[in-house]
Design a protein around this ligand. Structure first.
Ligand SMILES: C[S@@+](CC[C@H](N)C(=O)[O-])C[C@H]1O[C@@H](n2cnc3c(N)ncnc32)[C@H](O)[C@@H]1O
Length: 232
């Protein structure tokens, strides 16, 4: 990620980064809850065999593609980045929230974490072997998803796998508090896997796998794995 400028209002902005209200609200919200969110998720993968299986598959695909740097975009406190690192993946993280990045650096001092927005990825073309967005596209509005996926296409090496994790559903809601009652102002967008697949195909990806977790629960999740279609 590139240089990050700190604005007078305490928000940060990279070159050309969108400073729309929703981005500022999302950043402020995760800065507010960063500590309690980190406590909430730090050991969560130990209780999530299906997510661990999806991440193990992703790690296998990264190795099969020859390895190299893997971007965890919207990494939060970095527990998934670290899990991938433990699986032999050269993972680094980036997040919109400086407070999240501070915690990720404290929790995982040997790994690289930077502040930045996936709406304006400051990574060179073809510079990552793979990338994942693990429950972070859930905050990106529908009309901005194509811009984000175009960044994903641009920075990925040909053949590199992409993993997207998200909440399944049709509704969007404004979350006004979370993780111990802290104030938040963040939109949470649930999507159908078919919708996410269609966006990926429109952006030049081929979808390889679709996994739905907890289909009988009130809040199912999904993981899609895709790769760049040759010629894109
Ligand atoms: C629900 S948390 C998920 C964090 C982590 N991936 C996990 O699985 O626990 C959503 C994360 O996405 C980050 N985020 C939201 N919008 C972002 C953007 N435009 N660019 C980068 N990160 C973003 C938030 O700051 C937050 O850390």
């Amino acid at each position: 990620m590139g240089e990050i400028a700190v604005l007078a209002d305490g928000n940060t902005s990279g070159p050309g980064e969108r400073t729309d209200g929703w981005i500022v609200d999302t950043r402020t919200s995760y800065d507010t809850v960063a500590g309690s969110y980190a406590d909430f998720v730090r050991n969560s993968l130990a209780r999530e065999p299906y997510l661990r299986a999806a991440l193990a598959l992703f790690a296998d695909l990264v190795h099969a593609a020859g390895g190299g740097p893997v971007a965890d975009l919207g990494c939060g406190p970095g527990h998934v980045t670290a899990h991938l690192h433990d699986l032999g993946v050269e993972a680094f993280g980036a997040d919109l929230s400086p407070a999240m990045v501070d915690i990720a650096r404290q929790d995982h001092p040997g790994l690289r974490f930077e502040v930045g927005s996936m709406t304006d990825l400051q990574l060179a073309d073809g510079s990552v072997a793979a990338l994942l967005a693990f429950w972070s596209l859930i905050h990106i509005p529908d009309d901005v998803i194509p811009t984000v996926l175009e960044h994903f296409r641009r920075v990925l090496r040909p053949g590199g796998p992409v993993l997207i994790g998200f909440h399944v559903g049709d509704q969007s809601r404004l979350k006004t508090e979370g993780y111990g009652g802290h104030p938040m102002k963040v939109h949470v967008h649930r999507r159908r896997p078919e919708q996410m697949s269609a966006w990926l195909r429109d952006a030049g990806f081929t979808v390889n796998a679709q996994m739905v977790f907890g289909p009988d629960e009130s809040s199912p999740g999904a993981v899609l794995i895709a790769h760049l279609t040759p010629g894109n």
